[in-house]
Design a binder for this molecule. Sequence first.
Ligand SMILES: [Zn+2]
Length: 120
Amino acid sequence: MSSCKACRRPALLFGVNRDGMCPLCASLVRVETIARVRIAADAMHTARQTSNPKARLKRIDVAIRNLKALKVYADRGIPLVVPGVSDLLRQALELRRATATKAGRKHLRKTQEEPNHGRA
Ligand SMILES: [Zn+2]
């Protein structure tokens, strides 16, 4: 017996569509994935636009959260509105690492240049 790829319930009453989802999940997952793709894309766009490392990290984290949620569906074999979610997630994680490292170095440099930092 087949079960829905999204909710994992046995498809007793309604069966599953060609994407392997019950009718309830098919519409919900579609709406959710479109929203998550849009949020992740906007967050990555804003992250690349801003020069403030803290703001950039916040936006990247929003993208990563949404891409991870999308990857759960992709890993279950559910087709998404955009392919290559794993690649997008890898790019976001790389950008996060680079930004965090840069921000860390800058912070370190700043505290080394100002030995009396916080003290007058
Ligand atoms: Zn379902």
